[in-house]
Structures are given as C-alpha cells and as structure tokens.
Design a binder for this molecule. Structure first.
Ligand code: HEM
Length: 131
C-alpha cells in the first residue's frame, strides 16, 4: 500500500529526515539521519533536537522556535542554511539544513532535511590550498 511505499522511500533516502513537534521534541528520524549523527533513532526520539547541535545554537534553539511561533517569520524555513551539527561522539560537522512546516488537522510539526557537506567542504579547502 501507499504507506509501505512511503516508509521504504524515507528509510532508503540518502539525506537525513527528522521531524519535531512544535516545541522541538524529536518525533521521528530516518536511518540516514541516525547514521549521520551517530545515534540509534530510539536514543533521539523524545529528546529536544538541540542535542544534535553544538553551542551557541544548542542553548538558543528553543528561542529560535518560539520566535517563529510569535512572529511567523522563519530564518531557515523556505530558505535553507548551512549549520553545524554535533554527533554522539562529539564531532562537529557542517550540513545543509532545510526545514518545512507541516500543518496537520490536529497538530503542527516541522520536517528537517539534513544534507551532510563534510566532503564538499574538504574538497573546497583542498582546492583553495592548491591555488
Ligand atoms: C531555527 C540552527 C536543526 C527546526 C533555527 C535557526 C538556527 C537553527 C540558526 C534560526 C535562528 C534565527 O536566526 O532565528 C539549527 C542547528 C541545527 C538545527 C545548528 C543542527 C542540528 C533543526 C532541525 C529542525 C529544526 C533538525 C527540524 C526538524 C527549526 C525551526 C526553526 C529553527 C522550526 C524556526 C523557524 C526558522 O527559523 O526557520 N535553527 N537547527 N532545526 N530550527 Fe533549527
């Protein structure tokens, strides 16, 4: 059925897909997102998404979401941004984050797409050094 197909697509995606509730609590994480951040999905579900980022964003992320609810203006929604993530082992790495807002009948959630750009950044640095 269509739900099985959709799950297969999300489970095999290369990019990480994370959903959070309106307060920033992780509800779902696909296998790619778990691999990128070095966790098992079960370790993250129910935790604040801020566990996946270094300071200063880690302490500010709840405020970012609150500002969005108050003003309706998003800094990343609809635009995307390069941000830093933090893996379970403490490694900080760059990724491209896209966020979309999903308004279901009874609840609001946010979907984040995580595209790791560690290798791209390394290649760019090597290119600069060779110039
Ligand atoms: C806003 C950082 C992951 C949902 C923001 C902002 C930053 C940020 C810098 C905008 C702050 C501002 O200028 O107002 C990060 C970092 C992440 C991360 C470093 C690394 C893990 C996520 C994920 C989601 C998410 C995975 C969703 C699943 C949101 C929402 C907002 C936001 C809903 C408010 C709307 C907006 O500004 O577009 N985040 N974020 N964030 N983030 Fe994150």
């Amino acid at each position: 059925d269509s739900q099985t197909r959709l799950k297969a697509i999300i489970d095999t995606a290369i990019d990480g897909i994370i959903t959070i509730d309106r307060h920033g609590v992780i509800e779902t994480m696909n296998p790619a997102a778990a691999r990128i951040f070095g966790y098992e999905p079960e370790e993250c579900i129910g935790q604040n998404v801020s566990i996946l980022m270094p300071e200063p964003d880690r302490s500010l992320h709840d405020k970012y979401i609150e500002n969005y609810h108050r003003t309706g203006v998003g800094q990343i929604i609809g635009k995307g941004r390069e941000v830093l993530g933090k893996k379970k082992d403490g490694t900080v790495f760059p990724f491209r984050l896209s966020i979309s807002e999903v308004n279901l009948q009874d609840k609001q959630l946010f979907t984040g797409i995580v595209h790791d750009i560690t290798e791209l950044k390394k290649a760019e640095a090597a290119l600069r050094e060779s110039e």
